[in-house]
Design a protein around this ligand. Sequence first.
Ligand code: SF4
Ligand code: SF4
Length: 397
Amino acid sequence: MKQTGTSSATPSATRPVTLDDALWERVMAATDGAIAPCYQCGVCTASCPWGLLQDEPANVRMLMRRAQLGVAQTDGEMWWCTTCRACEEQCPRGVPIAEVMLALRKLAWQDGHVPKGLSPVMWSLHWDGNPWRGPPSQRADWSRGMDIPAFTASTDVLLYAGCTCSYDNRSQKVARALAGIFEASEVSFGTLGEDEPCCGDAAYALGQHDYLNQIVEANTQRFEEAGVRTLVTASPHCYDMFLNHHPPRDGFQPLHYTQYLAQLIREGSLSFDSDYPIRATYHDPCYLGRRNDVYDAPREVLAAIPGLELTEMPQSRADALCCGGGGGRMWMDTKVGERFSDLRAKEAVETGADVLVTACPHCIACLEDSIKQTDSGMRVIDVAELVAEAVAGTSEE
Ligand code: SF4
Ligand code: SF4
């Protein structure tokens, strides 16, 4: 039943809105009722980074109110969300705001309110097994010229490059650096080569949750049959998918590579022969930090590099500013002047560091673009690349 009334959640208290019972039921089902505890304090709107960049930023509180009431959301605001969870850190009612955004995206697909350019991403995922339109035959190209063994049931570690580090030229260097470190540390590791499946992050972030379930089911069966126990990912997005969106299985342990490198350092399998003097600042990727509380492992790895001096940015760990590349935003347009990474790059440059280090291919892409605008000469580098340089005792540049 549709009713017309007024809502204090609208910009004007007198503006009429349509309450749709059927839509309300769909939203409640899609969010599993998670929206109910919201009491409209507005802290989420105040803590969302969009407020730092737009004159009229996304009104997160209003989105939550509309969802509670069953008011159609056709202005596309749920697509702005980078799923960074900065708002959730502050929400006094523990509302899983980013998950609500994704549930609203799921409904938007059903109702045909989807930004241009996202359907091809999903078709690429369906036909090619990755969101980057990369041919499946080129998935293992990142390892060309390296002698990386195929994973077998007797291999200890599956090195999982993921779609971005497989197909994006810049990010391929991260996968290569990791494989080189594993070789130097004499880790028993292998990859699935061209047969490596997508973790499903794009389907998750774009709200294609039914399709995600199919990916998860196929991956679970695949890894079980292959005898995968320890799976080390290059990207925090893949780590988040395997840890939180694939069913737990006895003996199966997904790790982000910074966790694994920290473990190798503690065991003495990875060490540095000489000083590598460099001033660094570290950017916490949202999918590693806020989503999974992995703040110490990357810092532990950096602290093990002799001669490295780490200066923290004012906003770090749980307060870190998002780079803007999560939540499927890599596949959506962001206007010049509205990039979170521009603010983050400025903050990084102000530390006086030589390098801005991070541990996520999406962060690398966003921050590298923004650092170029600063003329600071600062390099953006992944933790894995920095470790590889320190092990070799020489910069790649
Ligand atoms: S911070 Fe939480 S309780 Fe407050 S408006 Fe946002 S979602 Fe609702
Ligand atoms: S998850 Fe991040 S981008 Fe999305 S509403 Fe919350 S603070 Fe804003």
